[in-house]
Design a protein around this ligand. Structure first.
Ligand code: PMV
Length: 345
């Protein structure tokens, strides 16, 4: 059997995608850092078959829940225009996937796993059709497929900073796929650090699908979508010129807005843990006392992503070890950083 394999990293949104319409289309543009050490590796061996047949192993074990997600995703491609994905109708796929980070610590793996899967499917298409896509078309197609599998996964195929979703200030940006940051990134942001503080590893009380749906009748929805566009424009400027003060202001505002929207939706969800708030308080205090450039962002969960420039790594990591880790579950945290994007392996 022929084989393809990709390693794809996770990403952390600075401008949050929250609310969708149609087939996984975002209500507002988002921007993220692609990470380096938190990744999924997926290998697919494939052969012609009668119908679609999938064997799926996650970390060496069968996983029926993940398998069903993949089957549903691949079957949904039949509804895509043209016959582009016909080749997935009669195929046997033996999929093996592993994550570099522990599965049960509350780090979402859908972005890394679905982008790795999408990249593998694009490689399989090339092999089966005997085509070679140019690199830009290949990654754009992979990002498109990853979006259909799990919205924010579309941002994980590129390294550095990625933008997904139409916005008046970026003519190339699309709701259908992500694009790499179309400007020179100020050097201070190029190897930015992200230490993920695991506050709680319990399963989230609201799924991502249900979370996005909360925006459908949210009283603040329209204002939020406008705010995301305004914040995106300001963040892009900050990333270009290295304006740390504005970067911090916007990134923290986005994280708290996301949680605010969940708190005042119907039904309401509080996904922060008391220790999330304690860490936020500590970060703001530490920043004021030391003058160091450190800030936080949050996913739709209790864990804190601590963001800081490479040059402050030593001081900040000492502080995490000696003070912040006390607020983490089992003192657990993961040091990561902005990475180079997906790689064929
Ligand atoms: O891609 P989804 O459906 O899991 O949604 C991701 C939502 C956030 O992580 C909260 C924000 C984002 O832009 O990644």
């Amino acid at each position: 059997m022929k084989k393809v394999a990709w390693r794809s990293p996770s990403n952390i949104a600075l401008i949050k995608y929250w609310g969708k319409h149609g087939v996984q289309l975002p209500q507002n543009p988002s921007l993220s850092f692609t990470l380096q050490s938190s990744f999924t590796e997926t290998q697919i061996a494939f052969a012609e078959a009668k119908g679609l047949q999938i064997d799926f192993h996650f970390e060496g074990k069968e996983n029926e829940k993940f398998k069903q997600k993949i089957v549903n995703f691949i079957k949904s491609l039949e509804n895509q225009d043209s016959n582009k994905y016909e080749f997935l109708k009669n195929i046997y796929l033996k999929i093996d996937s592993t994550n570099s980070f522990p599965h049960s610590v509350g780090i979402a793996s859908s972005a890394s796993s679905m982008s790795a899967l999408a990249l593998c499917l694009c490689s399989i298409e090339q092999e089966i059709k005997g085509l070679t896509f140019d690199s830009a078309s290949f990654f754009r197609q992979a990002s498109f497929l990853a979006r259909l599998a799990s919205g924010s996964a579309c941002r994980s195929v590129y390294g550095g900073v990625t933008v997904w979703g139409e916005t008046p200030i970026l003519t190339d940006a699309s709701d259908e796929y992500a694009i790499p940051f179309p400007f020179d990134l100020h050097p201070v942001f190029q190897d930015f650090r992200d230490s993920i503080l695991i506050v709680s590893s319990s399963e989230k009380s609201v799924s991502s699908r249900a979370g996005h749906a909360l925006m459908n009748h949210h009283p603040f929805a329209e204002v939020r979508y406008q705010q995301a566009n305004t914040n995106l424009a300001a963040l892009i400027d900050a990333l270009k010129v290295g304006d740390m003060e504005n970067f911090i202001k916007i990134v923290e505002n986005e994280a708290l807005t996301l949680h605010g929207l969940m708190m005042n939706s119907e039904p309401s969800f509080i996904l922060m843990h008391p220790n999330t708030l304690k860490i936020i308080e500590k970060i703001r205090e530490f920043r004021q006392i030391t003058g160091l450039s450190v800030c936080f962002t949050l996913d739709a969960g209790p864990n804190v992503h601590l963001l800081y420039p490479q040059k402050e790594e030593w001081r900040i990591r000492q502080w995490i070890e000696y003070e912040l880790s006390a607020f983490c579950e089992n003192r657990y945290y993961i040091h990561d950083q902005v990475g180079k994007g997906a790689e064929q392996i």
